[in-house]
Design a protein around this ligand. Sequence first.
Ligand SMILES: [Cu+2]
Length: 72
Amino acid sequence: MLITLNIEGMHCTGCQNRIQNALSNQPTIKNLQVSLENHQATFELTDEGSLDSIVELLTDLGFTVTDIQKGS
Ligand SMILES: [Cu+2]
């Protein structure tokens, strides 16, 4: 499933890199793109993937997920 998250608190390339690194370590995430400009992370979540745990991971890093868009 294609997921786009709006992430509050991503202010600079350092933030972007932290999100990029944390999410790209997740085996359930593919084709990750993190946009500093749009404050968004877009990725393909595998069928076994838990979106809740991804949101929790970002929260633990100090970011806030303000919107979740699910594509097909
Ligand atoms: Cu930053």
